[in-house]
Design a protein around this ligand. Structure first.
Ligand code: C5P
Length: 243
């Protein structure tokens, strides 16, 4: 780890509705290994020595939860709450407003609250690359065969996967680069922050990460996350036992 990176602000958007998860409440309140998903994610981020601020955009619908049930964890993890918006970019923009003028911040990282399985080493590598280039994201190479259909599945063709990557988070930027991307954003839909940055002409570097950094989207993803947590616990027991 590049010891010179000492000050990262993380924006951890948590204001989604989680419709695809099929639950009445925010999917991030679902327990994973005994803690809500958002708290698991924030705990990994807070453990990184360079993370100085964690700003969490939340929806107004969830504010009661975060000031009651979630309040103790919010306080102990030093999370700053802010009102998010209807689109993910609006939520991140609201978080950005809170940190952008902080002179102590060297990098701004955006990390989905729904990705609790990011590894400390992956944070190290993407922070380091962003400090060198100004913009870097975690991503994993596409391993599946990818088909494209233009007629709703009547026919298809194969897309060459050798140049394709799946974007993940954290997506990490020098504050001035992300600020410019958000200033120029005029509401054209974008599913991630790297897309907004690319539109300004800035290059975004890819940092390879494991496919374990899943975003919990559908109910089945929770079962996968639980299996990954258990296997990591098992591995760490074996390692400790061997030592
Ligand atoms: O819906 P999805 O899981 O793709 O959203 C990714 C992350 O962005 C989630 O952590 C979700 O809570 C957050 N989000 C947000 N504001 C929105 C939509 C999503 O903060 N309007």
């Amino acid at each position: 780890m590049n010891q010179s990176i000492s000050s990262v602000a993380v924006i951890m958007p948590a204001a989604g509705s989680g419709q695809r998860f099929g639950s009445d409440q925010n999917k991030l309140f679902t327990l994973l290994d005994g803690k809500p998903i958002w708290e698991q994610t924030a705990t990994v981020l807070r453990s990184h020595r360079a993370v100085k601020r964690i700003v969490m955009p939340i929806s107004d619908r969830d504010r009661d939860y975060f000031v009651s049930v979630g309040a103790a964890a919010v306080a102990s993890l030093g999370i700053e709450l802010v009102s998010g918006g209807a689109q993910r970019t609006e939520s991140v923009g609201a978080g950005l407003n809170l940190v952008i003028d902080d002179p102590a911040i060297e990098l701004v990282a955006v990390h989905d609250a729904a990705r609790p399985l990011v590894k400390p080493g992956e944070l190290d590598r993407v922070f380091e690359r962003a400090s060198q280039t100004g913009a870097a994201i975690l991503a994993s190479p596409v391993t599946a065969t990818v088909k494209q259909t233009l007629d709703e599945g009547q026919s298809c063709r194969t897309i060459d996967r050798s140049t394709l990557w799946l974007a993940q988070t954290p997506q990490v930027f020098r504050p001035s680069i992300l600020r410019q991307a958000y200033q120029r954003h005029r509401g054209r839909p974008a599913t991630d922050d790297a897309e907004l940055v690319s539109r300004t002409g800035a290059e975004v570097a890819l940092v390879e990460c494991s496919a374990e950094n899943i975003k919990i989207t559908h109910p089945g993803d929770l079962a996968i996350a639980e299996a990954l947590v258990n296997s990591r616990k098992q591995n760490s027991k074996t390692t400790n036992h061997d030592e």
